[in-house]
Design a protein around this ligand. Structure first.
Ligand SMILES: Cc1ncc(COP(=O)(O)O)c(C=O)c1O
Length: 362
């Protein structure tokens, strides 16, 4: 009998999302649960985006604009690039997956770090690539170790900067040196899902500028984080027009819904919402770091909208207890860090509720 699926699909572990609120309420029989488990923006979407969604509802019987013309024009102006350099996705997850499916064939080598965003591992395994997963250095991507793994068969390198779930980042100097030292024919995916939260001065804020010198580079961004639109699913890649064109051939024609297109355009215009979200994040991060450190936990310094915490003992019990008190966070067992939890920085009220639940659970 023929095998139904190949080995890479048989052994593929599906993505485990943060526990949804409704499911947890049903399971535990409690209400008023807060979710700090998926790095969403607790301030919610921009009011401008909500208005745009409402206005677009009447046209939902029509297919979306498959080419996302207006959104591409707007993003091109925003980033000072040509619209042909854009590839839009159903979340930046879609861009990660599209990049692997477009540029990697079964047997090609891909390199990334341990403790990084799971979607890259899933896409690479689904495509039957040979994955080289490099150890981290001090919770950060070890670029020298990645470079050391490169062979003639290496097709793609994926770097999340800042990284999820560690919140750490690689500096401009490190990235600069790395890019200059790797072969030009490797497709380099730089995932900047948390770009808008970064405050570190030595962060490479200008990755898009590298594309001119090094066309085989894809910079990935999303509307799911600071823009508060995780539920409508929209993200994008900026790259050389030639690469965008190839990815566009693989892309599903209507992968960006009408609501996602109008919401993203309106959200881009709402600079005040982005500023407010950034401020909330900085204040929340300071508060959480102080409280958690006082409790004796180690907090990994983060440039994103979440914190990785080392509890120095198995986190399962504490995670369960905090959950029963109505706060969903993310255990890190699946990342080989059984003593870790990741918490999203929420509103100050949510942050306080998490700390209270934690204190009660200790
Ligand atoms: C590093 C990183 N990249 C990409 C994503 C995917 O975001 P989305 O598909 O919602 O754009 C996430 C989501 O948590 C992430 O942490």
């Amino acid at each position: 009998m023929k095998r139904l699926v190949s080995e890479n699909i048989e052994t593929l572990r599906p993505y485990t999302p943060g526990k949804p609120i409704e499911e947890t309420e049903r399971e535990l029989g409690i209400t008023n649960i807060i979710k700090l488990a998926s790095n969403e923006n607790s301030l919610g979407p921009s009011k401008k985006a909500l208005k745009a969604i409402k206005n677009a509802l009447k046209n939902l019987h029509l297919y979306p604009d498959a080419n996302c013309y207006y959104l591409k024009e707007k993003l091109a102006e925003f980033h000072n690039i040509h619209p042909d350099q854009l590839i839009l996705g159903n979340g930046s997850n879609d861009i990660i997956d599209l990049s692997v499916r477009t540029f990697c064939s079964p047997g090609d080598e891909v390199i990334t770090s341990e403790m990084s965003f799971i979607m890259f591992y899933i896409s690479a395994q689904a495509q039957n690539c040979v994955q080289k997963i490099v150890k981290m250095k001090n919770y950060t991507f070890d670029l020298d170790a990645i470079k050391a793994e490169i062979t003639d068969r290496t097709k793609m390198i994926y770097i999340a900067n800042p990284n999820n779930p560690t919140g750490t980042y690689n500096t401009k100097k490190e990235i600069d040196r790395f890019i200059k030292s790797i072969p030009e024919d490797i497709v380099l995916g730089i995932d900047e899902a948390y770009y808008e939260y970064v405050t570190a001065r030595d962060y490479p804020f200008d990755m898009i500028g590298y594309i001119k010198e090094r066309p085989n580079t894809i910079v990935m961004r999303t509307f799911s984080k600071i823009y508060g639109l995780a539920g409508v699913r929209i993200g994008y890649g900026i790259t050389d027009a030639k690469l965008a064109n190839y990815m566009n051939r693989v892309r599903q024609p209507f992968n960006i819904s009408t609501l996602a297109q109008v919401a993203a355009m309106a959200a881009l215009d709402d600079k005040a919402h982005v500023r407010k979200s950034r401020k909330m994040n900085r204040e929340g991060m300071e508060y959480l770091t102080k409280e958690l450190t006082t409790l004796g936990f180690t907090v990994i310094p983060s440039q994103a909208n979440f914190l990785l915490i080392d509890l120095h003992k198995d986190a399962t019990e504490l995670y369960e207890k905090v959950l029963r008190l109505g706060v969903i966070v993310r255990p890190m067992k699946g990342f080989n860090m059984p003593t870790g939890i990741r918490v999203t920085v929420g509103t100050m009220e949510e942050n306080k509720r998490f700390i209270d639940a934690l204190k009660q659970s200790l």
